[in-house]
Ligand binder design. Sequence first.
Ligand SMILES: Nc1ncnc2c1ncn2[C@@H]1O[C@H](COP(=O)(O)OP(=O)(O)OP(=O)(O)O)[C@@H](O)[C@H]1O
Ligand SMILES: [Mg+2]
Length: 362
Amino acid sequence: MWNIFHNLQQATFPLYLGVDIGTTSIKAVEVKQGEHLPLLVNYGMLELGGYLMRANNALQTSTLKIFEEEAAELLKILVRKMKPKAREVIASFPAFAAFTTVLDFPVMSPEELKKTIAFQAKDYIPQPLSEVALDWMKVGEFSDAKGVRHNQILLISVPREQIKRYQKLFTLAGLRLRALEIENLSLARILTMGDPTPAMIVDIGSRSTSISFATKGSLHFVSQSDFAGSSLTQALAQGLNINPLRAEELKKERGIGNAGQGYELSTIMLPFLDAIINEIKKAQFNYESQFPGAPKPERVVLAGGGANLSGIENYFERDMGLPIVKALPLERFEYAPSLQPIASEIGPVLSVAMGLAMREFI
Ligand SMILES: Nc1ncnc2c1ncn2[C@@H]1O[C@H](COP(=O)(O)OP(=O)(O)OP(=O)(O)O)[C@@H](O)[C@H]1O
Ligand SMILES: [Mg+2]
């Protein structure tokens, strides 16, 4: 017999989990349709305990190996605490786990483009094509000297092995993986949707900083740096000869305020922030060389835990000469009024997870 109720419920009240597995933490949001906007039902953030003491143990590493057992354990704990009603997950890959490149093709039909990409991709992708999943999207267009129109295509390749690991991970936690995307897409969606001002999104995580160029929800270009939050913590630990846990606390308490007690901390951390700024400028140069006609970024949106470093906005603004804002993904959602006081603090950290969940509501 048909279970009409069950089906109706699924169709009318879909609930999704957006899950962002970072190098040192997992963040999840549960979202359903609200009255006008998607409604944030629940969220959770769990940090990998002790990662600071074990510098080489992280959930994601640049060699693509996830510490499956640890990640699965964390995910199970998160699920136990959040008690989500949703079972369907949209999850993200970190930028460094995917290979991305921008390619030019003369304008052609979507079918032709598909064939051409499948044929040419092997020349650009470091792994054998049989081992990767490919995705692509149009990110720009231009006319060459002869007046021929070209499309610029962002090609994304992810090892199939990595996708299988993710599927297994979520199955172990009693969830079902519905979709996977690189985190830059989620960030572009949630932080630039409907906004015509070209933006640079700088996500300062623990192990890496990702830089995304996006306008109106569409991603154009991505870049990435290994200078990030843990670079600051390590510098403090070494510079002050203190243990990394204490260094992490100090970083979060004091930030880079210039006056008084914070002065010594700032002098230790600033060279690493300068390194991040240099990487952003390098990415900007590469973006502008690749998309000469495209509008230049007019604002910088800071995401990731590193966006909460006290004083970072002023410091970046002085150096970069662009308006700097902290990510506020909650603006796109309905949420409990009790979250209002912490919206600006949790927003940058939850940006990827919220962007993932938003995928099902547009
Ligand atoms: N208030 C704060 N001030 C300074 N740094 C902070 C603050 N809060 C969090 N961080 C830093 O943010 C980083 C964690 O950010 P996030 O949770 O975005 O990382 P992640 O997603 O696990 O890592 P990645 O994106 O590199 O995989 C840590 O380095 C942490 O020290
Ligand atoms: Mg992250």
